[in-house]
Write a protein that binds this ligand. Structure first.
Ligand SMILES: NC(=O)c1ccc[n+]([C@@H]2O[C@H](COP(=O)([O-])OP(=O)(O)OC[C@H]3O[C@@H](n4cnc5c(N)ncnc54)[C@H](O)[C@@H]3O)[C@@H](O)[C@H]2O)c1
Length: 264
């Protein structure tokens, strides 16, 4: 089964990035703009101001951008997001299902609400983004790129983040199935699996006490304080490659970018 090459380079492509107000999502949105891609950035309504700043930064690079607030776990919001991309910019060629959250808690204290919240933001939202992006791309008939946020915690269990690990393993399974189903439409489906990236997600109120940025997360996960970290731009660079037309032979993969924490 071959995944075909994408569009002629004369046609500009349109991307959606969920959870793009900050962190890895913001870095991906800015990086895609550098490659001439127009971007629809999404995040929760409370992040409106940050999203507007991302839009301005993309426009300053000479690309088109629009902010669409909405909850990536709500199907009608995801439908509205895809519709907005098509209405504003004429198509949807790239979906980056990046929105995510984490809960650090011992398994023995976990509630059903804790579990459902993390699974909803990290796994349900990815399914909805994949589904509605795929529907639009199939309708367009010119292929596409679908990418989801997994994690090193989607390849290996870590202590005290069991709901997070389960949700990221789910993203890998979903990505593999979607890649098989969508190959005939020339749509590739992949995910990225970052290691320690200092963002809002890896911050904790006890960080100062525990030795600086990400220290509480490292402590909880049983990783040494010397564990390497990298800025969000490093992940964005990998995603920029995954969505290139030239990456048509890459599909169904979960690509580690973690300084070597998980190998193979
Ligand atoms: N930071 C890391 O070390 C790391 C490592 C591995 C994987 N990841 C994954 O990368 C992705 C981005 O993480 P980040 O580090 O930039 O985190 P972050 O907390 O800085 O950003 C996540 C963004 O997602 C948004 N979001 C949360 N729920 C949402 C929803 N329901 N609808 C729309 N937006 C929503 C948040 O408002 C936030 O702006 C996540 O999926 C995360 O699990 C991060």
């Amino acid at each position: 089964m071959m995944v075909n090459e994408a569009l002629p380079s004369t046609i500009s492509r349109v991307a959606i990035v969920t959870g793009a107000a900050q962190g890895i999502g913001e870095a991906i949105a800015l990086r895609l703009a550098d490659d001439g891609i127009d971007v629809v950035v999404n995040d929760l309504p409370k992040k409106r101001d940050q999203l507007d700043s991302v839009v301005k930064a993309i426009q300053a690079k000479g690309r088109r951008a629009v902010a669409v607030v909405g909850d990536a776990t709500v199907e009608s919001d995801v439908v509205a997001l895809v519709d907005a991309a098509v209405k504003e910019f004429g198509s949807l060629d790239i979906m980056i299902a990046n929105a995510g959250t984490i809960e650090m808690k011992p398994l023995v204290d976990m509630t059903v609400e804790d579990w459902e919240r993390v699974m909803s933001v990290n796994a349900l939202s990815v399914m909805l983004a994949y589904k509605h992006a795929a529907r639009q791309m199939i309708k367009q008939g010119r292929g596409g790129r679908i990418v989801g946020a997994a994690s090193m915690a989607g390849k290996k269990g870590f202590a005290y983040v069991s709901s997070y690990c389960a949700s990221k393993f789910a993203v890998r399974g979903l990505t593999q199935s979607a890649a098989l189903e969508l190959a005939e439409h020339k749509i590739t489906v992949n995910s990225y699996a970052p290691g320690i990236i200092p963002t809002g997600l890896t911050q904790h109120p006890d960080d100062e006490k525990n030795g600086g940025p990400c220290s509480t997360f490292l402590l909880g996960a049983g990783l040494p304080p010397s564990t390497p970290s990298a800025p969000p731009t490093v992940v964005a660079e990998l995603v920029a490659y995954i969505v290139k037309p030239e990456a048509h032979f890459l599909t169904g993969q979960c690509l580690s970018i973690d300084g070597g924490i998980v190998m193979g």
